[in-house]
Write a protein that binds this ligand. Structure first.
Ligand code: HEC
Length: 298
């Protein structure tokens, strides 16, 4: 296990485990994403830009919940989850990822062998056959499954999570939300060739979508939503590390703890309002700021 990997995994454990305070201050923050980014790619660009958002129904609640889940490593199982890979690790913002390199899975950068035995024994085909990660918003990213046929995409997604990525059988609502997100991905809804800036507000949107869902449903939703929210908190923590942002860091850990089991969702929305103000205030010193990030990484 590389040091970068170990630190990233250690941080995930902090957010995931209730009650554990961050231990030794990090001398250099670690970004989990960089563990699967090609070494020749520019890390600053990779962490500050992302492919354009191409959604035909960007405000639809199911689409937004699907987007939250799509970014959660904890939807997958086995080695993929252990490594911290989410759907979005390969399909950035629902698109492709030309920088993706994962030992044993990738050939050239931007490719992955999703039938590798490393991720799952079920679909393992003993052949190393990595293919280009498709842009799910583009026409050539919709060849494997007919999205218009009711139930086909849902069946594909369940099978994919269980068989390809050794995940547990996902809740029906989780699959429905993921399917809504994938159906909404469409290059016709954006300037597909452009990039957009990554910002804390992406994570805030996800956290609010999750909080609204916890507050609005009568029975406790599948754990996947809370886990996805904790993953979002973890990503914020990478950008606002304890060594620079003691208060924000403590609140991120506290929110992670509040989300670690049923209940704890009370007053979440007010806490997110306060967090948002702090994130905004700290933005220029955070690792969302390109100059700060460049100073530290280059
Ligand atoms: C390790 C990288 C990786 C991860 C993680 C990943 N995918 Fe993919 N995905 C691929 C590759 C590569 C293909 C193309 C496979 C092929 O052509 O055989 C693909 C294909 C797909 C397709 C079919 C596209 C079409 O042509 O119709 C969908 C939908 C999809 N992925 C959704 C997801 C979802 C949802 C997740 C998370 C549960 C996910 N992917 C996680 C790499 C990945």
């Amino acid at each position: 296990m590389s040091l970068r990997f170990a630190i990233a995994a250690g941080f995930a454990a902090i957010v995931a485990c209730q009650g554990t305070e961050p231990h030794a201050p990090q001398t250099q923050p670690e970004f989990k994403t960089l563990t699967w980014v090609d070494s020749t790619a520019d890390p600053v660009a990779h962490l500050t830009q992302q492919p354009a958002t191409c959604l035909s129904a960007p405000t639809d609640a199911a689409v937004r919940r699907g987007e939250l889940l799509f970014n959660s490593p904890l939807l997958l199982g086995g080695q993929a989850a252990k490594a911290g890979l989410s759907c979005a690790a390969c399909h950035r913002n629902g698109r492709g990822n030309p920088d993706f390199v994962f030992a044993g899975i990738s050939g050239a950068p931007g490719t992955a062998d999703v039938t590798s035995g490393l991720f799952s024994k079920v679909r393992a085909d003993q052949v190393f056959n990595p293919v280009t990660i498709p842009d799910l918003a583009a026409p050539d990213g919709r060849v494997m499954v007919d999205r218009d046929q009711e139930g086909a995409l849902e069946a594909f997604l369940s099978a994919q999570i269980i068989e390809e990525f050794s995940g547990a059988e996902p809740d029906k609502a989780v699959i429905a939300d993921l399917a809504a997100y994938i159906r909404s991905l469409d290059v016709a809804a954006c300037d597909a060739a452009s990039d957009e800036v990554q910002n804390w507000s992406d994570e805030m949107v996800r956290l609010r979508v999750g909080a609204d869902h916890l507050a609005s449903v009568r029975s406790e939703p599948a754990p996947a939503y809370r886990l996805a929210m904790r993953a979002a908190l973890g990503r914020l923590h990478e950008r606002y590390p304890a060594s620079l942002f003691e208060d924000i860091s403590q609140e991120l850990v506290a929110l992670g703890r509040a989300l670690s089991g049923p209940g704890g969702a009370t007053a979440l929305s007010a806490r997110l309002d306060a967090l948002e103000r702090d994130l905004e205030r700290g933005e220029r010193q955070s690792y969302y700021n390109e100059a700060q990030l460049a100073r530290m990484l280059r």
